[in-house]
Design a protein around this ligand. Structure first.
Ligand code: DHB
Length: 394
């Protein structure tokens, strides 16, 4: 009996020693950020932009928090949701990351949400923008935007600017459904009429058939949402099919006139009016500093809205880790909620209730800007202040 108790005592002692060692290692070892991005495939520009922004943040703010090293583990999911989920699981279980971040497209974010919930790992969505994503796990915080948030503004602008009849064209998945729904309801509320609702596949879309349909419908305007990376090929087909000379106005969310591709689109893009939360031409001191540093570190590459989502995501992560001394879990999540700061895009808030970002949405027009190298930019001419995601049902 005595010897049995003795053995048990030793065993418990070993367990306690092991867990003390683990705690010690956790408190002094690196704080790991698992960054999952599409570095290859159709959404690779999103990965390239966010990766560059994360590196810029760390070059500017250091790789130490409370004396501990911060380590970013970058994984390429190719925007394949099954891969995103598997990589997230490996990062949590094997690498013991404190926080997951990235998520280039909605299906990747949704596939990973259960892992964040089960492991109580905060998950910072830096790109994906379907409204419902933050409802998929209480551990999700978003620093990008939502499609309802940026769509209502352009619908209002259209109705106030002699556009009475519109056709919508969206990518056939989550963010496209949000854009279509919120454009439709706002535009009709404002007295407009929707003639047609067209959709193109997320993967390798061919725009020729839908553009022919738009020519046949003869609306006053075509409203478009396509994910980052598809704008240039869309504009090429838009011009090839003669829509630029048809008198049909092109309006869109800023995903279409993406700063990553805009300057290469040429004159066909001139005059497109969009609503969005970020333009590289946003005229604040903070943004000018951000754009100059980003371009200097990346051979002149212009940051787009994805880069800003990544940069601000790192801000939210760093401030939370500083506040909790790298604790992770629920404490880190709580320290992310309610953060208010000036982003390169303007003032932002991480809404403590919804864990989604509240931000200004700008109405912009594509122009050549003589003072900025005569390049094409989305020039902001109106602003809707502090827009909450209109897609939230709770
Ligand atoms: C999503 C992806 C994009 O590239 C974009 O511009 C908007 C939304 C998404 O999948 O959520």
């Amino acid at each position: 009996m005595t010897s049995k108790r003795h053995v048990l005592k030793i065993a418990l002692g070993l367990v306690a020693a092991a867990s003390a060692a683990a705690t010690f290692a956790a408190d002094t070892g690196p704080i790991k950020i698992g960054l999952i991005l599409p570095m290859t495939g159709q959404s690779a520009s999103t990965g390239r932009q966010i990766d560059a922004a994360v590196k810029l943040w760390m070059a500017q703010h250091g790789d130490k928090i409370g004396g501990r090293k911060v380590e970013v583990i970058l994984k390429d999911d190719g925007a394949v949701p099954d891969a995103t989920k598997r990589l997230a699981q490996e990062l949590v279980v094997n690498d013991k990351v404190t926080v997951l971040a990235g998520f280039g497209i909605t299906p990747s974010a949704l596939a990973t949400a259960p892992i964040a919930t089960q492991s109580k790992t905060p998950m910072v969505v830096m790109a994906a923008a379907t409204s419902s994503i933050t409802d998929a796990s209480p551990f999700i915080v978003r620093t990008s935007f939502t499609l309802p948030q940026v769509t209502v503004g352009i619908a209002d602008w259209a109705a106030k600017n002699k556009i009475r009849r519109a056709v919508t064209l969206v990518a056939d998945y989550g963010p496209g459904f949000d854009a279509e729904k919120f454009f439709d309801s706002q535009f009709r509320l404002d007295g407009g009429k929707i003639l047609d609702k067209l959709r193109t596949p997320l993967k390798s879309p061919d725009f020729a058939p839908v553009l022919q349909k738009v020519l046949d419908d003869k609306p006053d305007a075509l409203f478009v949402f396509l994910p980052s990376g598809q704008g240039a090929s869309f504009m090429k087909q838009f011009a090839e099919r003669g829509l630029d000379k048809s008198g049909i106005r092109l309006i869109a969310t800023g995903d279409v006139t993406d700063d990553d591709q805009l300057n290469d689109m040429g004159d066909v893009a001139l005059g497109i009016v969009t609503s969005h939360h970020y333009s590289a031409a946003h005229p604040s001191a903070a943004n000018k500093k951000f754009v100059a540093a980003f371009e200097a570190a990346n051979k002149g590459m212009r940051p787009n809205f994805m880069a800003v989502g990544g940069y601000d995501g790192m801000r939210v992560i760093y401030k939370a880790l500083e506040a909790t001394k790298g604790a992770g879990g629920q404490a880190m999540l709580d320290a992310m909620k309610g953060q208010i700061f000036e982003s390169p895009r303007g003032p932002v808030l991480i809404d403590a209730q919804t864990r989604d970002i509240v931000q200004d949405v700008y109405i912009r027009k594509v122009e050549r800007v003589p003072s900025m190298g005569n390049q094409l930019y989305n020039v902001e001419f109106d602003v809707i202040k502090a827009v909450k995601d209109p897609g939230k049902t709770k």
